[in-house]
Design a protein around this ligand. Structure first.
Ligand code: HEM
Length: 500
């Protein structure tokens, strides 16, 4: 009998090594590398982030993911970058914005990270697609639908709802995107859809953090935790809601309304329907259009309503600024000083203070506050003087950059006038660091739409009502999953203003 006879048969040894020891050895080596040798190990951040996304997932669970990153920078005031996970880094340096999100070289090298896969639903949307070619095609085809001329055909939409911003933006996005509203304002109560949007976004955000890229949604849906299952069911219901809305869009004869000039008024979806791949000539199928529908509802509705919410809060807290805005509005619309008639955007856009209020609010409270992740190129890259290896998800969180004291003097102060060169920062630098609507080739295509409806709505609210906080001592905090919102519901008192 040889010594080898003491060993179990080779097949058993092979099986053990392959299935148990190899993965164990791999994870052990990976952990040692991440703890001691990875270039990311040198970056500041909780030690657990060297090997796990648990701290970030925990912040997400507590609805304070962007706030957590802001705190990491506060704890490391000299840091240009902090580690947020084993392969994710957030920067808070103006130079990093251009390197990561800029046009040209950056756009070629840095692609959207796998986090976005979790936001692809029944197909890839303009927002979620990671393919540069597909994105360029989509963006080119639909850009016109978001332009100022295109929006002019929506001018008569009645902007006479002042208090329930969430319902209002929901219905408005229905009009703009699908040619008809969801009837939530008429019903006078939040649509189930709003709840579903929030829950399914939570689900996407959680799945986006898992390291299984495209399969993360499926993997999470198998987790037998009642809360996760509830979120998954909400996601399915939400996708079904988008299906029904889109089907109605195709069959509803009322949809093609007439623009004030007499022409046909086109919704945004029409551009997506008409879009054609220049190489293959193919158009988007129903499932891809459905993904665009659900994506547009999320992209435009909550972001817009949250912005108007913060504008109301800050203007009430700063009555001198509020009255300056009202003065400007009364001077611009002397025939309409009580806001009974619509306020045309062609005139409204000349009122800088209101627009600067929107910018200031988005600087202080960007609805998307954490870093929009991009993958570093395979060869690795220097960002703001820090070497980052290839395949790491990097980004600049709008919530941190918006309060970066090297860009914005007295960063915690609400001062819309800083956007008029009012002395609280260099205007060109402030503008190039403004991340409220993102930056570069993937920045918000709906920025013009949003600014237009936010300004029109706020202008009429302020002309029509004396707006005050019911509790003048109120101090709002924030909570967030995908969208960062005020942390509680609050009441305002609206008193009808009399004609001046
Ligand atoms: C105040 C309101 C809004 C804010 C703060 C906002 C913010 C943003 C941000 C930060 C991004 C960049 C995301 C990234 O880098 O991945 C983005 C992208 C996008 N937004 Fe908005 N948004 C707003 C309103 C709207 C509206 C009204 C629409 C539609 C009418 C819209 C449609 C989109 C789309 C389709 C994208 C993806 C663009 C692309 O990847 O090419 N957004 N938005």
């Amino acid at each position: 009998m040889t010594n080898l006879d003491h060993f179990p048969p080779w097949s058993t040894v092979n099986f053990l090594v392959l299935t148990v020891l190899t993965p164990l050895a791999y994870f052990l080596c990976l952990t040692i590398y991440r703890l001691f040798f990875s270039p990311l190990a040198k970056l500041p951040g909780p030690w657990l982030t060297k090997i796990s996304s648990i701290p970030e997932a925990n912040a997400l669970k507590q609805a304070r993911r962007a706030a957590w990153v802001v705190e990491l920078f506060e704890q490391n005031p000299d840091a240009v970058a902090v580690r947020t996970g084993p392969s994710s880094v957030s920067f808070n340096d103006p130079e990093a914005i251009k390197t990561i999100y800029g046009h040209g070289k950056a756009a070629d090298e840095f692609g959207k990270s796998s986090w976005y896969d979790a936001f692809s639903t029944t197909g890839e949307s303009l927002f979620s697609t990671r393919s540069k070619k597909r994105h360029a095609m989509k963006r080119r085809s639909v850009a016109h639908a978001f332009s100022a001329q295109s929006l002019a055909s929506f001018e008569p939409y009645p902007f006479d709802i002042y208090f329930w911003f969430e319902l209002f933006t929901m219905d408005l996005m229905g009009e703009l995107a699908l040619g008809d509203n969801f009837g939530v304002l008429e019903a006078g109560e939040p649509a189930r859809y709003s709840k579903l949007v929030e829950l399914s976004q939570r689900f996407a955000n959680m799945s986006g953090m898992l390291p299984f890229a495209r399969n993360s949604v499926k993997v999470l849906s198998w987790v037998p935790i009642p809360y996760v299952q509830m979120l998954y069911r909400a996601r399915l219901e939400y996708l079904d809601y988008a299906r029904v809305a889109l089907e109605r869009r195709f069959t509803d004869a009322k949809r093609e309304k007439v623009a004030p000039g007499g022409g046909k008024r086109q919704d945004i979806m029409q551009r997506f329907i008409d879009a054609q791949d220049p190489e293959t000539g193919t158009k988007m199928g129903f499932d891809e259009l459905r993904a665009e529908t659900s994506s547009l509802m999320v992209a435009g509705a909550s972001t817009g309503s949250v912005t108007m919410n913060w504008m109301t809060y800050y203007l009430c807290k700063n009555p001198v600024i509020k009255h300056s805005v009202i003065k400007q509005l009364e001077n611009m619309f002397p025939e309409n000083t009580t806001g009974n008639d619509p306020v045309p955007y062609t005139r409204l856009q000349h009122l800088s203070l209101l627009e600067h209020t929107e910018l200031e609010v988005l600087r202080l409270h960007p609805p998307i506050g954490y870093a929009m992740p991009r993958d570093t190129p395979p060869q690795g890259v220097m960002i703001a003087g820090v070497y980052i290896p290839g395949g790491v998800a990097v980004g600049v969180p709008a919530a941190s950059m918006g309060r970066n004291a090297s860009v914005y003097s007295e960063p915690d102060r609400f001062e819309p006038d800083r956007w008029a060169g009012g002395g609280l920062g260099d205007l060109t630098r402030m503008k190039s660091c403004f991340l409220g609507f993102g930056y570069g080739t993937r920045q918000c295509i709906g920025r013009g739409v949003a600014t237009q409806f936010v300004m029109k709505t706020m202008a009429r609210v302020l002309l029509r009502y004396e707006v005050e906080l019911e509790d003048p001592q109120l101090v709002l905090g924030t909570k967030e999953f995908t969208i960062k919102k005020p942390d509680r519901v609050y009441d305002v008192i609206l008193r009808r203003r009399s004609r001046r």
